[in-house]
Design a protein. Structure first.
Lengths: 346, 125
């Protein structure tokens, strides 16, 4: 390199108008922005890794938490998120085809492929909205067991199994009882301030408001609990993840519930999937931050699509803008590849 | 203010065109990469469903395989879809080297600190 600079005059060397990278200013800055954004995502995923690695409790397993499909019952582990990944990869392909069309200055091609990319982006955002809503609502609640106990349960085919739960282990359930209990908990929350209000002279109002929902949470006892999701017992070399516990055993299990650990779905304070609340918080933050990137990408793509439609790039003589937004869109896909691996696979 | 991306450096953008025949070749390559990325995703999902997470050596190997497959996917996206492979060497290394250093540092922090926090928790809790 030094040999080359000797032959250049000062004006040539410092006069500007040339890029050592042979790319335009805008494209180079897009690359720099992407590097900095990648550092942000790298930091988030590393923080997730540190927390997960330092946790002494078992971490929830992706294939067991994410196993639902919209409108279907039963277990379809990872199918939905695989579909989301596929949608994003395909929209990345349509984007790169738009860039290719831009290099041929093919206006129609750009409009067509960029249009497909936008549709793919909307599909991804919609999928993520469903994923979030399912994660937040949960499937019936979960709680921690405060002591080791052995209970007898029933499999789907009526076979009896004995399972031992260690102290501190987390169980997840599907049952109508979970919903009843959740409503009672919520009712209890509402009833307290309303009763206080009643002392201020709104007696009638309070009675009407509090009476129907006020069920004492502590008086609720289940007669049957269906445990699901996590591996409960190994039998004949198989992992059994669904066991129905009835009668006395059900009481025994319910009484072993650690105080204050009952959770339904997930929010910023509690989640039914694990003891570690960081699990839900990282899920919300990282997938949410990525989703926000996808959302901005879709908005930018729509703006550029209209610019292409109006012939702006024909006037400029080149379609480099498509290349720049393409870089951003591919980056969003790239981040998802890593989120997919760390949140769902490993 | 003058738009320098339009005026000064336009030549880079205008020269970055190619003909219909070249386009055909490029698209062929893109479709091949698409097929590869899809295949890797399908393999990953299949592995994720089929293998048990039980902390044994087998599962640790699978975990490592996931990381390798993810890096292969990432490399194809960055080098082919984002055309970094076709850029000048300078730009390639300005993007890739700092990031590679950062990631190695983060992995070190992740593993080292993670273990340290776990040990501290097991003593003090």
């Amino acid at each position: 390199m030094a040999g080359h600079t000797k032959n250049l005059s000062k004006d040539e060397l410092w006069g500007g108008n040339a890029s050592p990278f042979a790319v335009s200013y805008g494209k180079m800055m897009m690359w720099y922005f992407l590097v900095s954004d990648a550092l942000t995502f790298g930091g988030l995923l590393t923080a997730y890794g540190v927390i997960r690695h330092s946790s002494s409790e078992p971490w929830p397993v992706g294939e067991q938490v994410f196993e639902a499909l919209p409108g279907l019952h039963g277990s379809y582990p990872l199918m939905y998120v695989a579909l989301m990944t596929f949608i994003l990869i395909i929209s990345s392909v349509t984007m790169v085809l738009a860039v290719e069309a831009g290099h041929r200055r093919d206006k129609k091609g750009v409009i067509k492929w960029l249009g497909y990319t936008i549709i793919g982006g909307f599909f991804f955002l919609g999928s993520q909205a469903w994923e979030w809503s399912h994660f937040i609502h949960g499937s019936g609640g979960g709680f921690q067991v405060n002591k080791s106990l052995t209970v007898t349960g029933e499999l789907d085919n009526g076979e009896k199994v004995e399972m031992t739960l260690n102290a501190g282990s987390w169980v997840n359930m599907t049952s109508d009882f979970g919903h009843e209990y959740e409503h009672a908990m919520e009712g209890g929350h509402e009833a307290a301030p309303a009763a206080e209000h009643g002392h201020g002279g709104h007696g009638e109002h309070t009675e009407a408001h509090a009476a129907p929902s006020h069920v004492d949470v502590n008086s609720l006892k289940p007669t049957e609990l269906i445990l699901n999701k996590y591996v409960l017992v190994h039998k004949d070399g198989k992992d059994i993840r669904k066991v129905t516990v009835k009668g006395e055993d059900c009481q025994k299990l319910w009484d072993a519930k650690a105080d204050g650990t009952m959770a339904f779905g997930a929010n910023m304070h509690k989640n039914e999937y694990a003891i570690q609340q960081q699990y839900a918080n990282f899920f919300f933050f990282v997938t949410g931050f990525h989703g926000f990137h996808v959302f901005s990408g879709v908005v930018i793509n729509i703006i550029v699509w209209f610019m292409a439609l109006g012939g702006e790039f024909e006037r400029r003589g080149h379609y480099e803008t498509i290349e720049k937004i393409g870089l951003y869109w591919h980056f969003v896909d790239l981040v998802w590849v890593f989120v997919f691996t760390f949140f769902y696979l490993i | 203010m003058e738009r320098d991306d339009l005026i000064v450096n336009d030549s880079y953008a205008i020269n970055a065109t190619h003909s219909e025949e070249e386009g055909k070749k490029i698209r062929k390559k893109l479709f091949a990469v698409t097929a590869l990325l899809t295949a890797i995703t399908i393999i990953e999902v299949f592995m994720g469903v089929a293998f048990k997470r039980n902390g044994t050596f087998a599962w640790e190997t699978i975990k490592l395989t996931f990381l390798v497959l993810t890096l292969v996917k990432a490399a194809y996206i960055v080098l082919i879809f984002m055309h970094l492979g076709d850029e000048k060497k300078n730009l390639k290394y300005v993007v890739l080297l700092p990031y590679a250093l950062f990631i190695m540092y983060l992995i070190f922090i992740g593993l080292y600190e993670g273990v340290a926090i776990q040990e501290a928790n097991s003593i003090w809790r």
